[in-house]
Design a protein around this ligand. Structure first.
Ligand code: HMG
Length: 390
């Protein structure tokens, strides 16, 4: 039985800051951010959006009423959740009106969580072939104003429907994975900003890819030439190629050129949003599928997932016949193009806005947030969500 991605969509906040302008404000050569880091725009989250609403809006883009009845498992991957006890999946399940006879759970391991969610979904469908699983990957990446990580912030969510006989990508059986306790990036529960050793995190990412790729080759006998493209977790869009390039000499030039060309296509949406942590790999996959027009059914796509801390996995999928018909490039272009640019000063102000944490209530003005699902305020410590479309 084939199991894999049947539908995929994303959502990002409606505000962004231009990376050239951020560079100027930080007294940095703009090319460092746009070429050295590889980011053009960075999504900024208004108080009316959080990881729950971003995920719910992403899911709203792909689900129809039949899907909502057939989903019996909602798995929400995030490292920037809104509650230490209650799963963000439960809120999304309610906001979208999903079949009540379902499991809902939240998973965490930095940027790796959504990959674990997909693997869990695959196992669930292998046992229950009629099931559909909604996998959500949603995060708001925050390091802080004027920090080393500032240019690699971002926010957004990817929603995927995992099912048997998928329309887009059938996942293959074998994958390779690795865990090692590394303090390259973490976020203690008392802060909403990630702590990071930037250089170490880059080194560990590259080391993990090399190690896991070796393990994958040993398990499967595959080589780079078996792949049409390899998508990477993209904390910033330069990262994937930094891990790939040192290994490319092991393959022929035609394969090298193909993988590098497709690597460019797989950055398209990420360049305009920034790091969305656990959804970044899947945003990259979507970029590739929706912007590389000559991809053929039957092509093999590799996916490298890396979550600091650290866990990595390399897994693969095969593009399905007619996969293009299940994509929404025009809608995704509209989501990106209709966003509003804000100044660096406005971004800084937005960054510092917080919901009250002392039990006081707050009603939020939706203002110009066009999202169907948004946060209308907080009352008695409970977030008040609204779905305009329900
Ligand atoms: P930095 O010190 O600001 O930058 O840190 P740099 O000095 O390393 O320069 C970056 C690149 O810009 C270099 O290119 C420079 O040469 C180039 P590279 O050598 O890497 O190819 N550069 C220029 N290029 C063109 N024109 C110029 C110019 N100047 C310099 N004028 C760093 C960068 C990414 C470390 C920092 O932003 C950071 O700490 N970010 C957060 C951590 C991170 O994203 N780590 C990535 C791997 S870990 C990961 O992916 C997991 C994560 O997503 C978390 C999770 O799992 O949940 C982060």
């Amino acid at each position: 039985m084939k199991i894999g991605i049947d539908k995929i969509g994303f959502y990002a906040p409606h505000l962004y800051v231009d990376m050239n302008k951020l560079a100027v404000a930080r007294d940095v050569e703009p090319a460092k951010f746009t070429i050295g880091i590889g980011q053009e725009e960075m999504a900024v989250t208004p108080l009316t959006q959080d990881t729950v609403t971003l995920a719910a809006n992403a899911a709203l883009e792909i689900l129809d009423e039949k899907d909502k009845q057939e989903i019996d498992f909602v798995i929400f991957g995030t490292e920037t959740g809104i509650d230490s006890s209650k799963a963000a999946a439960v809120y999304v399940h309610d906001l979208l009106g999903i079949n009540p006879d379902a499991r809902s759970v939240e998973m965490k391991q930095a940027c790796y969580a959504a990959t674990a969610a997909i693997q869990m979904a695959k196992g669930h469908i292998a046992l229950n072939p009629d099931s559909k699983v909604l996998v959500l990957a949603s995060d708001i990446a925050r390091y802080g104003i004027r920090t080393g990580g500032e240019a690699t912030q971002g926010a957004g969510a990817v929603a995927m429907l995992i099912s048997a006989d998928p329309k887009i990508l059938a996942l293959e059986e074998k994958s390779a994975y690795h865990t090692s306790d590394v303090m390259d990036f973490w976020r203690p529960t008392y802060t909403d900003k990630a702590l990071v050793d930037g250089k170490l995190s880059n080194e560990k990412y590259i080391e993990f890819f090399a190690k896991i790729w070796e393990q994958y080759k040993e398990k499967t006998g595959a080589t780079f030439s078996d792949f049409e493209a390899i998508c990477f977790h993209l904390p910033y869009t330069k990262m994937g190629q930094k891990a790939l390039k040192p290994l490319l000499p092991e393959t022929d030039e035609v394969t090298q050129d193909r993988l590098l060309e497709n690597n460019e296509a797989s950055k398209t949406y990420n360049k305009r949003i920034g790091n969305i942590y656990t959804g970044s790999l899947y945003l990259s996959l979507l970029s590739l599928l929706e912007t590389k027009e000559d991809l053929q059914e039957g092509a093999r796509i590799g996916l490298f997932s890396y979550g600091s801390g650290a866990v990595g996995e390399f897994f693969t999928g095969i593009l399905q016949p007619g996969f293009q018909n299940a994509l929404q490039p025009a809608r995704h272009k509209e989501i990106l193009d209709s966003r509003k640019e804000i100044s660096v000063a406005e971004y800084e102000e937005e960054f510092e806005r917080r919901l009250p944490t002392d039990g006081s209530n707050l009603e939020l003005e939706k203002e110009d947030d066009p999202s169907a699902i948004y946060l209308a305020g907080i009352k008695d410590h409970m977030r008040q969500y609204v779905n305009n479309k329900s």
